[in-house]
Ligand binder design. Structure first.
Ligand code: PEP
Length: 252
């Protein structure tokens, strides 16, 4: 039995006042049972959002982090610092890979550092449009998983988000079938890499233009255990509707 997860990635969108208002709206809506709910505000907003959501049951995530516990890395946030305000961290988001040259070797170090500091990783992977068109989706997902996880000690319940790059922020989500095919592949690769217990307990999320109107298609897929939500997570009603739909589908 896998506990489903709903993750909201606020990216670089909210000021302090906007983040507090969003947190207030989320806290004011009733908690959703049977699903782990996580939000990832910007680093500067993490502490105040955590404070607002303290008794809500909603958990906090960083959107990235450095792998070193401490050191001379100007502008970075360490796992030791992040663990003071969050229990989760999103790693390998395609925007990090594309704009900040995040590579598999760095990701591997970050995933290991997260584990050491008691943070749960959400490893994001996904193919670009031209890779899908060329029929390379499976190879890309395999390469990203091997590159980030080979040789690591991955805990049961580990979270992987399948986020096709072409679906992120485009308003053009994958189909349920495409997402299920990718999730089944991810589970199979996890079994090769980490064994059956890790593979069957892993939580696999879909991300890419998820909305309250389309979440049912993803939540109905047997290998999907929730969603990583960008734009729609900036609207408290949308995010709660998505979270409720995930809980309802996975309870059924
Ligand atoms: C994301 O940034 O991870 C994401 C899925 O964004 P959106 O939901 O806006 O496509």
């Amino acid at each position: 039995m896998r506990t489903p997860i709903s993750v909201g990635n606020w990216k670089m969108h909210a000021t302090n006042a906007e983040a507090e208002q969003l947190a207030e709206s989320l806290a004011g809506l009733s908690e959703v049972d049977g699903v782990t709910t996580v939000v990832a505000p910007g680093f500067l907003q993490l502490a105040r959002v955590a404070e607002r959501l303290r008794s809500s049951g909603i958990e906090m995530a960083g959107q990235n982090m450095h792998f070193a516990a401490t050191g001379a890395f100007t502008g970075e946030v360490s796992p030791r610092q992040l663990a003071e305000v969050a229990s989760w961290v999103i790693l390998g988001h395609s925007e990090r890979r594309r704009y900040f040259c995040e590579n598999d070797a760095a990701l591997k170090s970050k995933i290991e550092a997260a584990r050491v500091h008691g943070l749960h990783s959400i490893l994001a992977i996904g193919e670009r449009a031209e890779e899908r068109q060329a029929g390379h989706t499976q190879v890309v997902l395999q390469r990203q998983l091997w590159g980030a996880l080979e040789g690591l000690d991955i805990p049961e319940g580990f979270v992987v988000a399948y986020e096709p790059v072409w679906a992120i922020g485009s308003g053009m989500p994958a189909t349920g079938e495409q997402a299920q095919d990718a999730a089944a592949l991810i589970r199979a690769v996890l079994a090769e890499l980490q064994g059956d217990a890790v593979a069957t307990s892993a939580r696999i999320l879909y991300g890419g233009s998820v909305k309250a109107e389309n979440i049912a298609e993803f939540a109905a897929q047997p290998d999907l255990d929730g969603a990583l939500v960008g734009g729609a997570s900036l609207d408290a009603e949308q995010f709660l509707a998505i979270t409720r739909a995930i809980a309802g589908a996975k309870r059924a």
